[in-house]
Design a protein around this ligand. Structure first.
Ligand SMILES: [Fe+2]
Length: 277
């Protein structure tokens, strides 16, 4: 679905009573569950990360612990759901206005279809419509066959941080090979700001003009080097692309993803014009 100028004009929900207001974000990639992966080591660290999310104007967070890869077999869908319930309880006790939903950051694996049926791995918000898919760091493996298999199951992939994958960052046009499967590209907020180096930063901005849906998420792990930076990324996107496009990337597409709705694709020509400026 393309976002026309008319549609962009309609995305004026940030206007409230004639004055501008800060949007509330839904962060759809965050390692916030305590004692799961390389995120918080205990409840206190998890609450500190959640506090940082709230301070970053996030109202909903998708808990996406790593599944498969080096975390293969550590925890299934049921354990993730229980941990999400536990964290929501801690948040209620602490009075923090944040809602946690269940998801996973799933490493590319040929068993994904089978493991979904066995409830070993989770789709986004347990909705069965989208799967957050992480490609191996060490070597590039084309996910085309898996994207096709997922498509047959009615599931679309969200490719985690392609800008931080060296091969894709050096060959951003490669993602056009997957056009028929319409995966979404999840760009990391920190990448747009240069937190992951020049190559990732350059690629992050280039991916915005690919003809695929794109959204921004934090991939936060802690309150230090991997802290959530959605507001800073949103502000930078507003400065470069304007508020309507920043809003699609940081507010509207994450919201649609969690609801299981179709995602918006930015108007290619407008993004190209702005990114090349
Ligand atoms: Fe992640």
């Amino acid at each position: 679905m393309w976002l026309s100028r008319a549609d962009q004009a309609k995305t004026t929900f940030w206007i409230c009573g004639g004055s501008w207001r800060q949007p509330t974000f839904a962060d759809v990639h965050c390692h916030c569950l305590p004692r799961f992966d390389d995120g918080p080591a205990d409840n206190a660290q998890a609450l500190a990360l959640c506090q940082a999310l709230v301070a970053d104007h996030t109202g909903t967070v998708l808990a996406t612990p790593h599944q498969l890869g080096r975390f293969d077999g550590r925890y299934d869908g049921r354990r993730v759901r229980l941990a999400v319930e536990h964290l929501n309880g801690l948040l209620a006790e602490a009075g923090l206005p944040l809602t946690v939903l269940a998801g996973a950051d799933v490493r590319l694996d040929e068993r994904i279809g089978e493991l979904l049926y066995m409830d070993e791995i989770l789709t986004v918000a347990d909705g069965g419509r989208y799967l957050l898919l992480e490609l191996p760091d060490e070597v590039f493996v084309d996910p085309g066959i898996l994207l096709s298999q997922l498509g047959e199951m009615g599931i679309r992939a969200i490719i985690s941080h392609p800008e931080r994958h060296v091969f894709l960052a050096q060959n951003p046009g490669y993602v056009r090979r997957w056009l028929e499967y319409q995966p979404c590209l999840q760009i990391t907020a920190g990448s747009l700001l240069g937190d992951f180096g020049v190559l990732a930063q350059r690629a992050a901005w280039v991916f915005l003009k690919e003809c695929l849906p794109v959204l921004v998420a934090t991939d936060a792990h802690d309150t230090g080097r991997r802290a959530p930076r959605m507001t800073a990324a949103y502000t930078r996107l507003m400065q470069h692309l304007g508020r309507p496009m920043a809003d699609v990337l940081c507010v509207e597409n994450p919201r649609r993803l969690l609801a299981g709705d179709d995602l918006l694709t930015l108007d290619e020509n407008m993004v190209r014009k702005e990114v090349n400026r």
